[in-house]
Structure formats: C-alpha cells, structure tokens
Design a protein around this ligand. Sequence first.
Ligand SMILES: [Zn+2]
Length: 149
Amino acid sequence: MSTCIFCAIVARAAEASIVHEDEHTLAFMDIRPFTPGHLLVVPKAHASGLADLDPEDGRRVFAVGQRVAAALRDGSVGRPGEPQDGPRADGVNFFLADGVAAGQEVFHVHLHVIPRAAGDGFGLRGRPTSPRRPDLDHLAGTIRRRLGA
Ligand SMILES: [Zn+2]
C-alpha cells in the first residue's frame, strides 16, 4: 500500500486538508477541485475499487458524504451577522469513479462531494438516450440474473 496516496494521507505520511475523521473514514479537500469546497471521502481501509470495498465501509463513506453535503449547503456557517467564511452550495453532486473506463485515477475508493451553484461550469457530458421498453426489460433481466435474483 506504500504507493497509495490516500493510504499515505490516512497514515498522515502525506499532506491533506482534513475535514472529517472517524474510526473508519477520512474526508479531505480535493487538491484539484472542480468547484470551491470539492472534497473526497475515503474509507481508511484500502480498497482499490467497488469490488473489494467492504459494504459497511461503503455505507460509512456515503453517510459521511451526506453529513458533509449538509454542511456545504448550510447557510449558517458564519456567526449571525458575520459574512460566510466558506463555500455555500446551492446543490451537491456525488461522484464515484470505479475503473479506468469510468475515469478513476487513484485506485483507493473515493467519493467526490462537489458543491454546486448555478453557472459553476461543472457537469456531465453524457447525453440521455431513449431506448424502447423491450430493450430496457431485456437489460433488466440480464442484470437480475447476474444478481442471482
Ligand atoms: Zn489506499
């Protein structure tokens, strides 16, 4: 794990601006933020992708993401009568890339928490398609079988 930058951050062997820490998770500022306040939530236990992520850690990472998102959207960060001293999001995106094809660059599972405001320039490039119901049903059946249902 010595080459994993997020494990190094967890071990305090690499620098990070930490937002939250508990027994199982760490949240810290992304050093290449899409928007001000963009941060990452990681499990402390190394997992390179979703396939080897302990589902309990997945729940914990998502729960911390929810708490952090609420803090980002909180309009009362500053004391009453004082200006806000941090990002205040009008919305929040969660983003998790699993695998190279999905854009994963650091192979330690991480949930991006991205504060959003109108006109901030961040967005997904994908364009929705309009498949027919039989095609959706066929795909659903295939995936159900893989789930063992
Ligand atoms: Zn790691």
